[in-house]
Ligand binder design. Structure first.
Ligand SMILES: NC(=O)c1ccc[n+]([C@@H]2O[C@H](COP(=O)([O-])OP(=O)(O)OC[C@H]3O[C@@H](n4cnc5c(N)ncnc54)[C@H](OP(=O)(O)O)[C@@H]3O)[C@@H](O)[C@H]2O)c1
Length: 210
């Protein structure tokens, strides 16, 4: 109980949560046995699954027998990831869908052609943090379109398939940076206060002011 309260307080400090000390503190409550599950028959969808955390998650799900759908924006990178995950896990039920999740028309088209009757796990992992303002095909600021609006639409359109699964899960992969800035609800598309890049006083790292 005390550990949970301490975690909740420290996570908001950023300093002691997203560095090595934060990792070691959170790792105390990690129980490897929790991962000993058989996911055969489960349908999992992972966005941005051709690299990094998404690829690792897709591989772990496939290794436990799930049917895994990788949603990637680049066909070549997606095909390479599918081939590599199939080879590493021996699971042939790993598939690619080319979808730019920031492109709302592409998200709609994907859901229309997506055949599985249900979705057990939907992982919104795709994310970007461009240094300057960029826009999605529909004119939304790209970070908002990729990390928020696209995932919201995808979840909304998959509602029936999520409801058809028992105990479906929708997971959003986010950033500790969310603790650092308020969300401007009255200017979500960053028209009045554009994104700007600034250099931290330490000079070590460039960060976005959001
Ligand atoms: N690693 C960290 O320390 C950290 C910290 C805070 C938050 N996160 C979050 O964790 C998630 C994964 O990050 P990562 O570190 O694994 O980064 P990563 O290796 O760069 O992976 C991001 C993935 O998202 C894909 N992607 C980007 N825009 C997309 C779009 N519009 N449609 C489909 N796919 C798209 C990228 O595809 P391409 O290969 O085609 O570019 C890439 O596969 C992100 O949401 C990120 O914001 C990570």
């Amino acid at each position: 109980m005390m550990g949970t309260i301490l975690d909740a307080v420290l996570d908001r400090s950023i300093l002691f949560s997203f560095d090595r000390s934060g990792f070691l503190r959170h790792a105390r409550s990690f129980r490897p046995g929790d991962l000993d599950v058989d996911l055969t028959g489960r349908v999992c969808v992972v966005t941005g699954a051709n690299s990094g955390i998404g690829r690792a998650a897709a591989t772990a799900l496939a290794a436990r027998g799930a049917e895994v759908w990788l949603l990637c924006r680049d066909r070549g990178r997606g095909e390479e990831a599918v081939a590599s995950i199939r080879k590493a896990t021996g699971n042939r039920r790993v598939h690619l869908e080319v979808v730019d999740v920031s492109h709302l028309a592409a998200v709609r088209a994907f859901v229309e052609r997506f055949a599985p009757a249900r979705v057990d796990v939907l992982i919104h992992n795709a994310g970007v943090l461009p240094a300057t303002r960029q826009e999605s095909p529909e004119g939304l600021e790209l970070t908002l379109a990729t990390n928020v609006i696209g995932p919201f639409l995808l979840t909304h359109l998959l509602q029936a398939k999520l409801a058809a699964a028992t105990g479906a899960r929708v997971i959003f992969v986010s950033s500790g940076g969310m603790y650092a800035r308020r969300l401007s609800l009255d200017d979500l598309n960053r028209i009045r206060r554009p994104l700007r890049q600034r250099t931290r006083s330490s000079g070590l790292k460039k960060c976005m002011t959001v």
